[in-house]
Design a binder for this molecule. Structure first.
Ligand code: NAD
Ligand code: UD1
Length: 338
């Protein structure tokens, strides 16, 4: 009785594996290290005292992936594996479609073959496109994604809806993440972006550690509290807990369920900068720059459904996340590279 965690050595996957092991789940990780490092496994062992089973396999490689299903007694799957860079997806749309959708189709085929019926899928608030109101509820319209990355998440959501409507045994939880930040409190695992970070928090921590001179704030003329973009920043440890709540939900055999995982609170870029400065007593120099194409004014969740139906809610706040992101970055200035 094991939980298969695809992409389990990545940022959100590693935090979820820690929570699963601490709650006595048997875990089998499959990852091809396209965006993660083997060192993550040692860090997971240091935190939990347990080394998870690991297979270096590309989820698009059906034959290699089938061997994992043959060897392990898999009952549930959490599918994190995927490429996630918006900019790269615009440059290489084919790669994003083949990796993200291809891996999911292969996984579904093997789940049917081995009669594995419970799946938790990593979706994103990006499926709401350009929202005309906030907070966003799960039954608000989806679509209108402005990049191939977002399109792959949308397409996979549709595939999973059809799968569950065709196969009465299948139970699927689609989790729409808002903006994950923070790190495990040990400072042993965290977000380790390759190259120049696209996302706000890793950019701030790299300014703090002296790797970048200043933060570029993309626009201060949005219709928001201070003109900078507003997002729903959720601590990755809370997000990880949302996956355990979803696994428990699937034991009720609900068919398809969809949940926003966010805090329900919006925070502007400058509010996050100030929170980081106050939490860590470090000044973050910034420069106001033009807007980044594709960005929206405000995006935050109505997360009440996850609380009502799974008893899950975010417990940590942005100050906790700023402290933990910095603790990870300062202890690992080069990420997982020594
Ligand atoms: P990540 O890049 O840190 O983790 C993804 C993991 O999947 C990596 O370890 C990578 O090596 C692995 N992987 C990718 N393609 C693979 C393949 N074909 N076979 C095997 N392994 C493969 O990303 P993350 O931030 O942990 O995100 C996890 C999931 O959540 C992704 O699907 C992402 O799109 C989604 N998501 C992330 C965010 C975010 O802001 N981090 C927001 C919304 C949704
Ligand atoms: C981005 C992606 C989204 C993806 C998510 C998680 C875009 C348009 N959206 O969301 O599809 O699901 O990441 O990977 O890329 N900001 C700065 N300076 C920076 C970086 C960001 O000012 O150096 C601002 C942005 O303009 C935005 C906020 O910070 O207002 C958050 O940005 P980011 O962390 O990239 O997340 P999203 O844009 O919400």
């Amino acid at each position: 009785m094991s939980v298969l965690v695809t992409g389990g050595t990545g940022y959100i996957g590693s935090h979820t594996v820690v929570d699963l092991l601490n709650n006595n789940y048997d875990v089998v990780i499959v990852d091809n290290y396209v965006n993660s490092k083997p060192e993550v496994l040692n860090r997971i062992k240091t935190i939990t005292g347990k080394m998870p089973k690991f297979y270096e396999v590309d989820c698009c490689d059906e034959n290699a992936f089938r061997k994992v299903f043959e060897k392990e007694n898999i009952t549930d799957v959490i599918h994190f594996a995927g490429l996630k860079s918006v900019g790269e997806s615009v440059q290489k749309p084919g790669l994003y479609y083949s990796n993200n959708i291809g891996s999911t189709l292969t996984l579904l085929k093997l789940m049917h073959e081995f009669d594995v019926n419970n799946l938790v899928f990593s979706s994103s608030a990006t499926v709401y496109g350009v929202p005309d109101h906030v907070p966003l509820k799960e039954d608000d319209p989806i679509g209108g994604c402005t990049n191939p990355y977002g399109e792959t998440k949308l397409d996979i959501e549709y595939i999973l809806k059809y799968e569950t409507s065709m196969c009465s045994k299948m139970n699927v939880a689609i989790l729409r993440y808002f903006n994950p930040i923070g790190a495990h409190k040990s400072g042993l695992i965290g977000e380790d972006p390759q190259g120049i970070p696209n996302n706000l928090m890793p950019y701030i921590t790299q300014v703090a550690v002296g790797k970048r001179e200043h933060l570029n704030v993309f626009g201060n003329d949005y219709h928001t509290v201070d003109g900078t973009g507003v997002r729903d920043y959720i601590h990755v440890v809370d997000l990880a807990a949302g996956h355990l709540a979803a696994l428990r939900k699937l034991t009720e055999k609900p068919g398809l369920v969809i949940f926003n995982l966010g805090t329900g609170k919006g925070t502007s870029v400058l509010e996050l900068v100030t929170a980081f400065e106050n939490a860590n007593n470090i000044k973050i120099p910034y420069v106001i720059c033009p807007r980044r194409p594709g960005d929206v004014d405000e995006n935050y969740a109505d997360a009440s459904k996850a609380f009502k139906e799974m008893g899950w809610e975010a417990k940590l706040n942005i100050v906790d996340a700023c402290r933990d992101s910095w603790n990870w970055q300062k202890n690992n200035p080069k990420g997982y590279d020594k």
